[in-house]
Write a protein that binds this ligand. Sequence first.
Ligand code: 26V
Length: 820
Amino acid sequence: GEKCRNIRTGSSPDDIAQAFLDNLYYAQGRIPVLATRNDLYMALAYTVRDRLAARWVAQMQQFRRAELKKSIKVVCYLSAEFLPGPHLGNNLLNLGIYDETRQAMEQLGYNLEELIDQETEPGLGNGGLGRLASCFMDSLSTIVVPAFGYGIRYEFGIFDQEIRDGWQVEITDKWLKLGNPWEMPLPELCQEVKLGGHTEHYQDGQGRSRVRWIPAGVVEGIPYDTPILGYGGNICNTLRLWKAEAVESFDFQDFNVGNYYAAVEEKVKSETITKVLYPNDEPEIGKMLRLIQEYFFVSCSLQDMIRIGKMLGNSPECFDQRYVAQLNDTHPSIAVAELMRLLVDEHDVAWEKAWEITQNTFGYTNHTLLPEALEKWPVELFGQILPRHLEIVYEINRRFLDQVRLAFPGDEEQAARLSLIDESGCRYVRMAHLACVGCHAVNGVAKLHSELLKSEVLRDFHEMFPEKFHNVTNGVTPRRWMALSNPRLAALISGVIGDGWITQLDELRKLEPFADDPAFQEKWRRVKRENKNDLATLILNRTGVAVDPDSLFDIQVKRLHEYKRQHLNVLHIITLYARLKRYPASDCVPRTFVFGGKAAPGYAMAKLIIKLINSVAGVVNTDPDIRGRLNVAFLPDFNVKTGQQVYPAADLSEQISLAGEEASGTGNMKFSMNGALTIGTLDGANVEIREEVGAENFFLFGLKVDEVEELKARGYDPRKYYDSNPALREAIDLIRSGHFSGGNAQLFAPLVDLLMQRDNYMLFADYQPYIDCQDRVSAAFRDQQNWTRMSILNVARMGKFSSDRAVREYCDMIWKVQPV
Ligand code: 26V
């Protein structure tokens, strides 16, 4: 009856309060006096989930009725990583019941923010790539594009980071320990995945040659669905993550031949496949389990797509009319061979037709130019696990190389460069090549990156298929990264221009006239100041470092990597420290340096940089000559949740990678749309951010891509910079002498030696321009009026960097689908 409906769907504070008590009692088995914080969180999560259910079910119904029959294409985003962040707050925002829920909790004597804070986030990704996938899922739902996100339900996500004695310590991420109220297991929709074994070639009844794959074993994939509701509740798409389970005892011993498996245990159980997320930024060659993970989720997903099609009466031959699938980097690129196998071997489609369907279906997004990050699998390992796919890859390659030889007669070097198989030494399957050949579209993630793809990493493919190449500059969702994480700023903005910007981010332009309004500026500063207060409290609680909210908050949060140059930032800190030690009375702009980010467990240099940051912090924070002027804090365990507390509080965003190294960056966008000014190089999306906000509102420094190349060609010698620049020399010598390591001169030797001898990312070349630029930042910060003006203009001009715009570009250029 009426009462019952309100309990599950009502959105008044009374309805929500009643539903909450109901769920606490019936779902969690508790009454308020006995409830733990987690019981309360779970009860609220179930209450919100109930309110999603109706829209979720309606979506499934729509798939059945309208969409597929009207031949509307469904977008499938295939990604080995998703980083959705905590769901509760975002769902409240998108359902439009945030305030009502706050009131309901108040009525019952609970604090909503505390309950939201109880959620453990799903850390099913490493960084930018996984977070981008989740921003895209939010945008797909918001702009009303029917979509599935397909991925892996890792039992353990990215490790939790603790800092002990200045070093990173990795702790297993047990995100499922207290239960996950947002997911729905669907064991009836399980899929079987074959692995290993051999193939048999035979003639079928009609005398056609066919192939049978006799696997060594089979594992089962169970889908776990999470609803992804769009802002305003337009539609509710599904994030479908696969968990591996055993179907029978599976002896992996067959794989244990050759040299590649030394590091892999003798017997790996089926369940192991989805146990743990591999930390990125580590060479993957030879990691059998990683290849199995990739194949496992791709196979489950493609079979699931065919199953849904079948249920709706579509034959596999219409696959490409019903679906388009985006490959988020090469991690799912085995999909090209798997769809061919499913169509040709299992659904009896002719090779040529199957190839047309495959190419029409897939698009490939590249996310990095780093050569060491390009996936390739030893042919032998590949064949051990996927014997049929190796045959298919060879056949694709044979046909492709025929095409190449036609286009470039006599140019065997071109053929060797393009081949899906690297034959230069030990033989490898090149996954990016498989993706380029098997997809109808290839794109980079920022203008500069897409250009460099065409001129460098994928130059030969661009020559072969120029029409396949596109650019789609990344974006981030303004729901999570502004409205949810920065409610003070959101309220201030909506107060003057309305709240249309939340779904039409270009409307932020209407803020421009307020940039010079002193009263508005004052309010803007107050918001930033309150956000900084909150972050100061967080820093104190997490690190014990007391920081001054009036100081300039200078923040670099991102994965630790040499190319991102966190250590260049450190050189600046040391330079300021040395200046203050020499001239204690000098008048400097007080700064708080905040760092956050994880280092891959096997990346020793990145871990040493974390230790360096903490060592410098230890000295700077406690030196009485420095007190109150410079503070350094390393915020442990940077993740989506912490990010939401960090970006709103930044004055200055550090985007200082060596030009040509960072594909796009998305943190750069989050900072700027929360009113931070950027100090950055002309790298990744920085180029376009600067174009949008205006050169006068962006602190630019450093070598350009062509200058980097030129300098490398001339022969880069870091020692010259060291010899000729006293400030740089002093900073390096302070590290080398053990000044920050209690006299231990050995501790940072590997880092300093590498800089002195090779300096692969040219910190020394960019050092002085960076210091000079930072001095301009300090001078600018003294003029608070003008700083605020620049801050407002940054926000006003960030409309382009909404993931809604990015997803619309994919829809137009690559997927050829119309938002409903
Ligand atoms: C992987 C590896 C593996 C081998 C060692 C070095 C290395 C370095 C990076 C990676 C990650 C590559 C994929 C990735 O996460 N790329 C990021 O994608 C973001 C979304 O497009 C983009 O904003 C970042 O600039 C890009 O680094």
